[in-house]
Design a binder for this molecule. Structure first.
Ligand SMILES: Nc1ncnc2c1ncn2[C@@H]1O[C@H](COP(=O)(O)OP(=O)(O)OP(=O)(O)O)[C@@H](O)[C@H]1O
Length: 251
């Protein structure tokens, strides 16, 4: 497996508050990497560096290097970067009054990524299929997205992201507000996707990391304490803090 993202000596602070303190790590291509660690350890901040969403926080100071396929992300056109590196959030955020179809189509139209209605329909359909939502919505594509269940709205957000045919999908605690059935569906969807897309998943649930990730990085107070293939880290943690975390004694 080759690295998709390489991070070198990354530091992030909000004003004087150091949040990431010298992260050096590689994220493997077309695999699921789980970022886990106690609340406040810097997982979401790290995720927000990968698509440079961090730059929307005026007090954030970022130092260090991050490469996507060998390209310095801080020198890339940010629109291009965010097209390649899509993100979904803890609370599904479709545009509620817009139709299911339009939620997925809008970004493609605004960015002029499609030619004509037939291609647009095909791209939207393909994205909804990959997001395991097509069968549930194909007869009501024109109804408002806000009428979908929470789990369906989250899969719609995945479809919206996939419509851009991204290389990386960032997911920030995407199942935190879902019931077990919808959580299972999203996990299945991620497992299907990883053959095409590199997935970086922030999760609060060690069980979720164990179920679906190939690699984990365990963060504690802004540093990566331990990293490796998921099975290895869960069955034979090398660091005491990791052991406590994976056995539910630290959260
Ligand atoms: N915009 C911000 N301004 C100031 N401090 C921030 C900001 N965002 C995050 N922080 C601080 O950075 C630290 C790391 O936050 P971050 O959200 O990255 O951690 P996390 O591991 O994802 O936590 P959680 O699991 O609770 O979401 C926390 O102390 C948090 O208070």
């Amino acid at each position: 497996m080759s690295p998709k993202i390489e991070i070198s000596d990354l530091h992030v602070a909000f004003g004087n508050h150091k949040v990431l303190d010298g992260i050096t790590h590689s994220i493997m291509d077309r695999a699921i990497t789980a970022l886990m660690g106690p609340s406040g350890s810097g997982k979401s901040t790290l995720l927000r560096v990968f698509n440079r969403l961090i730059e929307l926080y005026p007090e954030a100071v970022v130092k260090g290097e991050v490469y996507l396929d060998g390209r310095d992300i801080f020198k890339m056109d940010v629109i291009e970067l965010r097209r390649k590196v899509q993100m979904i959030f803890q609370i599904p955020n479709p545009i509620p009054n817009l139709s299911i179809f339009e939620n997925v189509a809008l970004g493609l139209k605004l960015n002029r990524l499609v030619n004509g209605r037939r291609e647009l329909y095909n791209r939207v359909k393909a994205a909804l299929e990959k997001a395991l939502l097509w069968e549930e919505v194909k007869d009501r594509l024109n109804s408002p997205a806000g009428k979908l269940s929470g789990g369906q709205q989250q899969r719609l957000c995945v479809a919206r992201a996939l419509a851009f045919e991204p290389e990386v999908l960032l997911a920030d605690e995407p199942t935190a507000n879902l019931d077990p059935e919808n959580t299972a569906k999203l996990e299945e969807l991620f497992l299907n996707l990883k053959k095409d897309v590199t997935i970086i998943l922030v999760t609060h649930f060690p069980g979720q990391a164990a179920r679906i990730s190939d690699y984990v990085a365990f963060l504690y107070k802004g540093r990566i304490v331990e990293t490796g293939p998921t099975k290895e880290v869960f069955t034979n943690p090398k660091h005491e803090l990791t052991e406590k975390y994976v056995t539910g004694k630290l959260y």
